[in-house]
Design a binder for this molecule. Structure first.
Ligand code: GDP
Length: 411
């Protein structure tokens, strides 16, 4: 499905942050399935996932590179930047965190917040990345939704905002109670979860649902006067208003919206995609990128505006069938195929031979790319990871990627 017209407010550049084995690959596959990009579905076997495309990854069975894949949901274009969950690849994590605008934190309902998720989480905090959390594997024996939420507070210093309650757990996990709509979502197992029913909250769960709804409204009332007034006067609060306040608070890093599901059983993915669109930032929502003028050394910023001078960051280079591709996050302006861009660190001019949008299974050729987008350029011989590309008349060097090495805690 081609994206009709590029609207930066409808772009989401996101990563999935997870401890290894929490289900990142399964969730990514399901997202591609539901958004129509991949028809391969079933249990992930080592090295067979759509996102794992480098031979080394195939051998090791873990995701170690930061590939990008594009999908479409509710009129939005979502770029998923693969973020390694393995602590050995901290620099790779850092690079991908540098270019994404928001993240899904995936946790295993049995394992809770594990040490490696803590490491990556704190890295994401350093870049002030707004996040939503998905508690996966609710179907597994020992699944503990509330225990995992508590660990988010204790270990991550997060302020969880529970938007869903699990309906049943372990083998009886059936769906979720949506605390915003006060409805229950039950997935149809026999159709691979592509369909679901929205029904009233079962009687036995109503008390718990109302209790958590109250807690949710109280949290929102603390930060929004309109909700406070409506809450105190017992006036119903419209759903769009609730979503708007949650969005703003998430972008301001005040809350961590929490959802749950079981990716392997295809449960929870559609609401997760809705939450990405509703609560994670567009490139317009993030602060202008900082850098230094390459001539004067003076600090400058570039907002995500296609009318301002072009600048972008090469966050990865890769070889594919003998050709070099530079993965670039475009922060401002626009460039076309055939344009010459300037690399101030190397003082070289290079022509962009081709521009590609990266999908899980193919590359789509584009004529031009605008602020906010993440694409691959072909034809740049000199550009290396970390380099800025810009207009020669407006030379800027974007802030270098951090060399920060977190202290890895040993149990
Ligand atoms: P990653 O290392 O985070 O990419 O994790 P994977 O997606 O590879 O998942 C790790 C293992 O957990 C695989 O065997 C998956 O089939 C399994 N898995 C993923 N999601 C679920 C789930 O919701 N429930 C159960 N029971 N297993 C899951």
């Amino acid at each position: 499905m081609p994206f009709p017209r590029y609207d930066i407010r409808k772009v989401r550049n996101i990563g999935i942050i997870a401890h290894i084995d929490a289900g990142k690959t399964t969730i990514t596959e399901r997202i591609l399935y539901y958004t129509g990009k991949s028809h391969k579905i079933g249990e992930v076997h080592n090295g067979e996932a759509v996102m794992d495309w480098m031979p080394e990854e195939k051998e090791r069975g873990i995701t170690i590179t930061s590939a990008v894949t594009t999908c479409y949901w509710q009129g939005h274009e979502i770029h998923i930047i693969d973020t390694p969950g393995h602590v050995d690849f901290t620099m790779e994590v850092d690079r991908s965190l540098r270019v994404l605008d928001g993240a899904i934190g995936v946790f295993c309902a049995v394992g809770g917040v594990e040490p490696q998720s803590e490491t990556v989480w704190h890295q994401a905090d350093r870049y002030q990345v707004p996040k939503i959390a998905f508690i996966n594997k609710m179907d597994r024996i020992g699944a503990d939704f509330f225990g995992t939420v508590k660990q988010m507070i204790d270990k991550l210093g997060a302020n969880p905002l529970i938007l869903q309650l699990p309906l049943g757990k372990e083998q009886d996990f059936k769906g979720v109670i949506d605390l915003l709509q006060m409805k229950t979502i039950i997935w149809h197992q026999e159709t691979l979860g592509a369909t679901y029913d929205v029904i009233d909250i079962p009687e036995g769960h109503q008390k718990e649902a109302f209790l958590y709804r109250e807690m949710l409204l109280e949290k929102l009332a603390e930060i929004d006067e309109e909700i406070m007034d409506a809450y105190l006067n017992e006036i119903p609060i419209p759903l769009p208003k609730l979503k708007q306040v949650i969005r703003i608070a998430t972008l301001q890093l005040q809350f961590l919206p929490v959802l749950c599901g079981a990716a392997l059983k295809n449960m929870g993915i559609q609401p997760l995609l809705d939450a990405v669109v509703n609560y994670l930032p567009s490139p317009m929502d993030i602060p202008p990128i900082k850098g230094d003028n390459a001539h004067t050394g003076k600090a400058e910023t570039r907002a995500a505006d296609e009318k301002s001078p072009f600048c972008g960051l090469v966050f990865k280079t890769m070889l594919d069938q003998g050709r070099k591709f530079s993965l670039v996050r475009v922060y401002s302006g626009k460039v076309k195929v055939g344009d010459v861009v300037y690399n101030p660190r190397k003082a070289v001019r290079e022509r962009i031979a081709r521009i590609f949008r990266l999908h899980a299974d193919k590359k789509e050729r584009l004529d031009e790319v605008k602020a906010g987008d993440i694409v691959a350029f072909a034809g740049l011989k000199h550009a290396a990871t970390g380099d800025t590309l810009c207009e020669e008349a407006h030379p800027i060097i974007l802030e270098p990627m951090s060399l920060y090495k977190p202290v890895i805690s040993v149990a």
